[in-house]
Design a protein around this ligand. Structure first.
Ligand code: 2M8
Length: 453
């Protein structure tokens, strides 16, 4: 391990500070609660976001299991008739122009869209929800859990059915049709595919709302936004149809998205078992997806998984945090696991060494930007996923160092949206829900603080 990170303390050593931090995290979640769901943060993102709600539910389960189920249930209340779980569920009490692009941009929504007059986008986000539901169920055995899960399970399964039928492309992996669907929206991995998209900047600077709440140097550029809008409008104008996916302006196969789909599919098998239902089809689907992931997305030269441009069939040779997330999967081929661990702890990500949290992008890349959203900063949700992966891989000492480094980030800079991975400086929005929720989860995990000598 290069350079030194502070050795994680045992549970007793920071007990008082951790307790204070936990109380602040709970207060952040409570102030972002809107009656049936939680906003990511009240300023920049005043609606409900899909994968945010999954991470938030994991933290809420440590505080109020009832709220955790409510978070997942409200999101799935906006599920489309075709099974997709929308990226954003708009709060009708919030002004149209509080967030751009707001509800009007996404209309008309098709007949197999959301129920009644629910307003949503037509995109999806990484399928983290069944894994989250399983984490919530683990905190709440008993009859109430069974009742909540009996309602939720068919909805979770319907989202996966949508992805496995409507979004599957060659070579047997799920595609995303917009950078916003990746969750790592502004990742340098999307620069190549986006370059092919012609979109004039036009009115974008006037329409953007994000720059009222976050620095321009920390957010995507106007040119990026113009392309985001163009791709979204194109999908909307074809009624959000998923035919001929590779004919869309943007169509990529992302390792994080597919790893979470496989992980969540395995979670569905466990949830089915909990409800006394057969789970074999979930295990079969997860197994086939994992095979395709290992075979087609692992890049031995880069030592991690990479995305694939489904329009050209070419791999995108970039090391991003998403390419490390397959560590969460069981049965990773040993050479892939070893390569991921070497990449994670080496100069590209510096985990256990000079990095704080897990950087979102290769620290050695010439286009690294330590402050711009998803182009370098560390995020608590993706760091948490890698932490889960390290625990799965039996890397307890490294996992403990990462856990302590995540806790240090939020205790020093607050529950920020993201952080400079070298200095720990807080970036983006404040009072960010998943940073708070996952800090609670880490703090409450009893064996997260093993002694490190
Ligand atoms: C960011 O994305 C939204 C669009 O979905 C935005 O920039 O306006 C991403 O970090 C995404 O992963 C996250 O879910 C969302 C809300 O926290 O913000």
């Amino acid at each position: 391990m290069a350079e030194s990170t502070p050795v994680p303390a045992g549970p007793g050593e920071h007990a008082e500070a951790d307790d204070r931090l936990r109380r602040q995290a709970v207060a952040t979640l409570m102030s972002n609660w809107r009656g049936a769901s939680t906003v990511p943060t009240s300023t920049l993102y005043p609606h409900q976001w899909s994968w945010d709600s999954a991470f938030i539910a994991i933290g809420l389960a440590r505080v109020s299991v009832r709220r955790a189920y409510a978070e997942l249930a409200s999101l799935h209340g906006a599920q489309w008739a075709d099974g997709r779980v929308p990226q954003i569920v708009f709060n009708r009490g919030v002004a149209e122009d509080a967030y751009f692009p707001g509800p009007a941009f996404w209309r008309p929504l098709p007949a197999d869209g959301p129920p009644g007059d629910v307003a949503t986008t037509g995109l999806v986000q990484p399928p983290m929800h069944a894994a989250a539901a399983l984490a919530v169920a683990a905190r709440s055995p008993g009859r109430d859990a069974r009742t909540a899960l009996r309602r939720l399970y068919p909805r979770l399964a319907a989202y996966h059915d949508y992805l496995f039928t409507r979004r599957l492309v060659q070579p047997g992996l799920a595609a995303i049709v917009h950078p916003w669907e990746s969750g790592l929206d502004n990742s340098p991995a999307w620069d190549g595919p986006l370059r092919a998209v012609q979109a004039p900047v036009g009115d974008i600077p006037r329409l953007r709302r994000d720059l009222l709440h976050a620095g321009a140097a920390h957010r995507p550029t106007d040119q990026d936004y113009a392309r985001y809008l163009h791709i979204a409008a194109h999908y909307r104008d074809r009624g959000y149809a998923d035919t001929d996916l590779t004919g869309l302006p943007f169509c990529v196969v992302d390792p994080l998205f597919n790893a979470l789909l496989a992980w969540s599919e395995r979670a569905l098998a466990e949830l089915a078992g909990f409800l006394g239902l057969p789970g074999d089809r979930h295990l079969d689907r997860a197994g086939a997806l994992e095979q395709a992931l290992h075979r087609h997305l692992f890049d031995a030269r880069l030592g991690c998984y990479v995305a694939l441009d489904a329009r050209t069939g070419e791999r995108i040779p970039r090391r991003t945090v998403g390419g490390l997330v397959p560590l969460v999967l069981p049965g990773l081929p040993a050479d892939h696991r070893d390569a991921l661990l070497a990449t994670l702890t080496g100069p590209a990500f510096g985990v256990g060494g000079r990095a704080r949290g897990v950087p979102s992008y290769d620290l050695t890349a010439p286009d690294l930007d330590l402050h711009r959203y998803w182009r370098g900063p560390a995020w608590i949700n993706t760091s948490w996923l890698v932490w889960q992966g390290l625990r799965r891989a039996g890397q307890d000492e490294l996992a403990a160092r990462l856990a302590r480094s995540m806790v240090r980030l939020v205790s020093e800079a607050g529950f920020r949206e993201y952080f400079d991975p070298l200095t720990g400086q807080g970036l983006g929005a404040s009072d960010f829900s998943w940073s708070a929720a996952l800090a609670i989860d880490v703090l409450d995990t009893p064996d997260a603080w093993i002694e490190v000598v």
